[in-house]
Design a protein around this ligand. Structure first.
Ligand code: SF4
Ligand code: SF4
Length: 455
């Protein structure tokens, strides 16, 4: 298939019906569907890694198809097929994606840990990647992510247990691009994101939360500034045009906010229905470390916005920096989980406010209507970017309709926030919402190029 072969076009980032919804104080809805919790990778940061013993589950197409129809009928704008490893079930999810698009769901997303790309020396590699691109495009997927967690291939592959995958990704990207599909690198932020330092170290040592005075915030920010620079340069060198960052999601055995834990914002392992978490120091950061880490990402993104389409909104990072930092009122927008955004688990096919509030089983989507939810958004327990980033980005748009004076006051009194949010919105438009079926527009992105600051 060529770059211009027929496949569903990416929709406009914001439609008229979205504006109507925003005027009513609601965000375009999304459901993250965990199609399976089976996986063939060994990531230390995840409870679903291969070898972790628990009863695995996979949804069925005949169960999910009517649920998806109900989502479309009730105004859900976006669904994501996640896992586990979603491509283990490509034969199921491809027709379901097609059905979702035909029913009116505008954004249909999936991704992979990259296992498809391990065997890049096989003679049929190019044909298999081309076949995958054709299937994804014909099914109407308009976002496709590939996990990549370190600027150094061997560190990433050792953690994932997928030797050779990075070279396979490098070979696969031009094939995808020739077909008109632009996958995003999906970074799960961890201590080895930057690869090895010049001293040969992989990672900064974990901060001891019981010795807050020993923490050097400037040094930690400096470490991660270089880590993110190395990472973005690496994905660009591989051929990616688009990048996302998943904020560290650690799970604690104690309830969130309670007990003697390193990270009071960590989700509770007991409550999570989505096991994409771990208490391992690989992704576990103290509050001080998080403030420094988010500050580093906030600073580095502008250096790469002129060359890469980067999902991560800096206004969301600003809210997180303030949340974990010096106590500056952060004015953040609470999460829309349980109001406009939902998570469906693989074990029962039930929906939950998100993957981390497993005590709030909301049953089948087909028995549910999000329009009837009257709860006001309140939750800010964790940093799950899938739900938190759009909650932050759309917050001021809703305020235009419902609280214009309060928004004007905020914009007037907080110039840093105002500038950051407005630039995020302009950048999102220049990136075409980071659509995987629209090629990047370098001339548009060039307006956002910012030089690396001199120290
Ligand atoms: S992070 Fe993804 S690829 Fe890794 S074990 Fe978990 S589900 Fe599998
Ligand atoms: S902040 Fe959002 S994703 Fe996190 S626990 Fe609350 S509702 Fe769930």
């Amino acid at each position: 298939m060529t770059a211009h072969a027929s496949h569903p076009k990416s929709p406009r980032p914001v439609s008229l019906s979205d504006l109507g919804r925003l005027a009513r104080g609601r965000i375009p809805g999304q459901v993250v569907i965990q199609y399976t919790d089976r996986c063939n990778a060994s990531c230390v940061q995840c409870g679903m890694r291969t070898g972790n013993r628990f009863t695995r589950s996979t949804l069925r197409p005949d169960f999910l198809a009517p649920q998806i129809e109900a989502m479309a009928a009730r105004g859900v704008a976006a669904i994501s097929f996640t896992g586990g490893e979603p491509l283990l079930c490509l034969e199921d999810i491809a027709p379901l994606a097609r059905r979702a698009r035909e029913a009116g769901i505008r954004y249909v997303r999936t991704g992979t840990n990259g296992f498809y790309f391990r065997d890049h020396e096989r003679l049929d590699f190019a044909a298999r990647v081309a076949q995958l691109a054709d299937t994804l495009l014909a099914s109407g997927f308009n976002a496709f992510w590939i996990s990549l967690d370190s600027a150094e291939a061997d560190l990433h592959e050792a953690n994932r247990g997928l030797p050779g995958v990075v070279e396979g990704i490098r070979k696969a990207l031009p094939i995808f691009h020739a077909h008109g599909l632009y996958p995003a690198a999906n970074l799960g932020i961890n201590r080895t994101t930057g690869g090895r330092t010049t001293d040969g170290d992989d990672a900064p040592p974990p901060h001891d939360p019981h010795r807050p005075d020993s923490f050097d915030a400037a040094a930690f920010t400096g470490f991660f500034r270089e880590a993110f620079r190395r990472f973005y340069a690496f994905v660009e060198s591989l051929g990616f045009t688009t990048v996302n960052a998943c904020y560290p999601m650690s799970a604690e055995e104690s309830p969130p906010g309670g007990g003697d834990v390193a990270d009071e914002s960590a989700v509770s392992a007991h409550e999570a229905v989505y096991a994409a978490t771990s208490a391992d120091d690989f992704i576990r950061f103290s509050r001080q470390e998080k403030a420094a880490l988010f500050a580093a990402l906030f600073e580095v993104i502008p250096e790469f916005r002129g060359r890469l389409r980067i999902f991560t909104p800096r206004s969301s990072l600003l809210a997180l920096m303030r949340r974990y930092g010096d106590g500056t009122p952060n004015g953040h927008y609470p999460c829309r989980g349980g109001i406009d955004f939902f998570f469906m688990d693989a074990a029962r096919g039930h929906i939950f406010p998100c993957g981390y509030r497993g005590g709030e089983d909301m049953g089948l989507f087909s028995n549910f209507d999000p329009a009837r939810v009257t709860t006001k958004p309140f939750c800010d327990r964790c940093d799950w970017e899938c739900f938190r980033d759009p909650s932050e980005l759309f917050g001021p748009v809703m305020d235009v309709f419902s609280r214009p004076l309060s928004l004007a006051k905020r914009f007037f009194s907080d110039a840093a926030y105002r500038r950051t949010w407005i630039e995020d919105m302009r950048y999102a438009l220049a990136c075409d919402g980071c659509s995987a079926v629209i090629p990047p527009r370098p001339a548009k992105l060039a307006h956002f190029a910012r030089p690396r600051p001199s120290v």
